[in-house]
Design a protein. Structure first.
Length: 315
């Protein structure tokens, strides 16, 4: 137990498995105490069939929460022991139904005293504990049905890594990264166009000197994302050239860049942000909606790939 106290919650699965192994070993001894020849892993299948209804393997698996192959293996083992039998269904001859054999039904009668004693023993044990294990297990199963442990860990990982991302102003040394990041995502889905080359080859002249701004996302001292504000003739600003390295996705970088560029726009007195995108980029469109952008019908775009226009009013 010192090991589990030391490693803590990271070993939740291992500790539960240890408890499960302990209870399974004791269950084997309890079956022997009552002279019942049964493996603990058979019990859920046995109990379902002991109700007297014929069931398919699929139905049994769904009811006890096991996989179809697992139930099939248990049924084969029980059949070998002579406790179950298979037969064709009366209504649907294409399906095989499982029922208890005469030997299995005899076990069902014999095991009733064991049920009473085990139930009473567990109740007595639970009354001596501070926490109700049975309710705790049910609560955990409910929580994991709502959101898996994997998903929860992924979210914590994303949150932790996002705190290590820095959003900084563009510097001349970022020129190559600015171009590479954008070219990488554009060529993944579309093709480079004339307007792309203008902005990516000459960011100083095309964006910065015209009153625009560029932000860079840096993770572990490496540029992993970027986003630009391009001043428009009507006085608004276009949110453009947002790109995140594929190797750095899952760190909330798009969200961090989007919020940072919006704050930059507010700080310079911008009243409206405009953007163009393509509806096949569903994660990007979802991000823009989360940032507050709404779909609009704007002027013709210089980009062939643009099929959606959005804006955010900052007033």
């Amino acid at each position: 137990m010192d090991f589990y106290d030391e490693i803590g919650k990271m070993a939740l699965g291992s500790r539960l498995r240890r408890l499960s192994d302990l209870l399974t070993e004791e269950a084997s001894q309890i079956y022997s105490l009552y002279a019942i020849d049964m493996q603990p892993k058979w019990f859920p299948v046995f109990y379902v069939l002991s109700r007297g209804e014929e069931r398919t393997i699929t139905e049994i698996a769904q009811e006890i929460g096991h996989t179809h192959p697992s139930v099939s293996q248990i049924v084969r083992e029980m059949a070998k022991k002579g406790y179950v039998k298979e037969k064709k269904g009366k209504k649907d001859g294409r399906k095989n139904y499982i029922t208890l054999s005469a030997a299995g039904e005899a076990i069902g009668i014999k095991i009733q005293d064991q049920y009473k004693d085990v139930g009473a023993a567990v109740d007595t044990a639970m009354k001596t504990t501070q926490y109700d294990l049975w309710k705790g297990i049910a609560e955990w199963e409910f929580l994991l049905e709502q959101k898996s442990l994997l998903r929860r860990v992924q979210e914590e990982k994303k949150q932790r890594e996002s705190t290590e991302v820095q959003i900084i102003d563009y510097q001349p040394k970022h020129a190559a990264a600015f171009r590479k990041l954008n070219e990488e995502w554009i060529t993944t889905y579309f093709k480079m166009e004339a307007a792309d080359y203008k902005a990516l080859d000459h960011p100083k002249e095309y964006i910065l000197q015209k009153g625009g701004y560029i932000l860079m996302a840096v993770y572990n001292d490496e540029p992993v994302g970027t986003c630009a504000l391009i001043k428009m003739e009507d006085g608004g600003y276009e949110l453009a050239k947002m790109a995140v390295s594929p190797e750095a996705r899952g760190k909330n970088i798009g969200w961090l860049l989007g919020n940072a560029i919006i704050e930059k726009a507010r700080s310079i007195g911008a009243h409206r942000l405009y953007l163009e995108s393509n509806t096949i980029l569903k994660p990007a469109i979802n991000l823009y909606h989360k940032l507050g952008f709404k779909k609009i019908t704007g002027p013709p775009s210089p980009y062939e790939r643009a099929n959606i226009q959005m804006e955010l009013i900052l007033d």
